[in-house]
Ligand binder design. Structure first.
Ligand code: ADP
Ligand SMILES: N[C@@H](CCOP(=O)(O)O)C(=O)O
Length: 319
């Protein structure tokens, strides 16, 4: 589940009077997601998503995120903008949390993407990268390369409580990625940085929504595709690589930006970096989320298994 902050019907009704969106008809907490509290809100006029921003989203970053959503929506991408109130404000406070009312988009997220769906989703990512060419916002990647070692050190030896050998394996993987990573070699732009299947809404093979831009940041453009490749091209446990899905992602993205020889050569390192990044954030959450919390902890080892696909020479204690 992801409803950390409860919103009473009275508070929500009062909140909605700031907007021209009709009166509250119903509101339900949304189970999916892990970062923020989300509600599906129906009014007498339309359906919306109400998001209350929790621990990982800094309130200071919200103007960047809202400007990005607006920019992408204004270019006719399937990205949901925040709804402005009567004074044009999109960022509010509700129940003590920063809050935004977001346009609802139809569609469902697929759990086992087909090659056709992967092609469409990567095509949409390519279109997004094109669309940010004239977006002026910048945001350093708070989950980028420079953050991985400090996070690894904060997790420390407790990593071995998740699986014996994880501290050594993740440390070795981190060293290898840092040695090979060449920040200066590639184009940079604002990237989504978390375009997992659950952040793409689809109807059949058509993308109807790219959502959850709350890790978006300025970073290596092709690293966004590497993140997507590591998230989409395996079964959820990371045991089986699905080459047809991986190839379809690269083909869909290449409609906008064919991979250069240098990007192809670096792709496995960028994807290994993505695996280290998600193994670390999942490990941190695993160690710091009580086992009985009402949120499903995601398995860090599913990313250790993916790592071995991209870097087969790594030790295999935890894969
Ligand atoms: N604009 C939207 N339109 C339709 N559904 C949405 C929208 N935004 C979020 N959702 C739904 O809410 C769920 C959680 O949203 P998400 O932004 O991924 O949460 P979190 O940031 O907590 O991970 C999504 O899986 C989707 O079902
Ligand atoms: N996609 C990340 C965690 C972030 O969760 P999201 O629900 O905000 O996409 C992971 O799977 O580790």
């Amino acid at each position: 589940m992801a409803v950390y902050t409860q919103v009473s019907a009275e508070a929500l009704s009062r909140f909605l009077t700031r907007f021209d969106v009709g009166a509250l008809v119903s509101a339900k907490g949304i189970a999916e997601g892990v970062e923020n509290s989300n509600y599906l809100v129906d009014t007498s006029e339309a359906r919306f998503i109400l998001t209350l921003y929790e621990k990982r989203v800094a309130a200071d970053d919200l103007p960047f995120f809202m400007a990005l959503l607006d920019h992408l929506a204004s270019k006719d991408l399937a990205v949901p903008p925040a709804v402005p109130d009567r004074d044009g404000r999109t960022i509010h406070e509700l129940e003590g949390r920063p809050a935004c009312l977001i346009r609802f988009l139809p569609g469902v997220s697929v759990t086992q993407p087909t090659p056709a769906q992967a092609f469409a989703a990567a095509d949409a990512m390519g279109a997004m990268h094109r669309a940010v060419a004239d977006f002026e916002g910048l945001r350093p990647n708070s989950m980028g390369l420079d953050s991985w070692r400090p996070l690894f050190e904060r997790c420390g030896r407790a990593l071995d409580e998740i699986a014996p050998g994880l501290h050594a394996d993740l440390g070795e993987a981190l060293d290898r990625v840092c040695e090979r990573w060449d920040d200066a070699a590639f184009d940079r732009c604002v990237i989504h940085a978390d375009l997992f299947p659950d952040n793409v809404l689809m109807l059949g093979d058509t993308v109807t929504g790219l959502i959850d831009f709350y890790f978006a940041a300025t970073d290596i453009r092709i690293y966004d595709l590497a993140i997507m490749h590591s998230a989409w091209s395996f079964d959820p446990q990371g045991r089986n690589f699905r080459p047809a899905v991986g190839d379809a992602l690269i083909a869909g993205y290449s409609q906008h930006y064919p991979l250069s020889a240098a990007e192809k050569a670096a792709f496995a390192t960028l994807a290994s970096g993505a695996c280290v990044r998600f193994a670390l954030s999942r490990a941190w959450d695993w160690l710091n989320t009580p086992a009985d919390a009402l949120v499903t902890r995601k398995d860090p080892l599913a990313y250790m298994r993916r790592l071995h696909h991209y870097d087969p020479e790594l030790a295999t204690r935890t894969a």
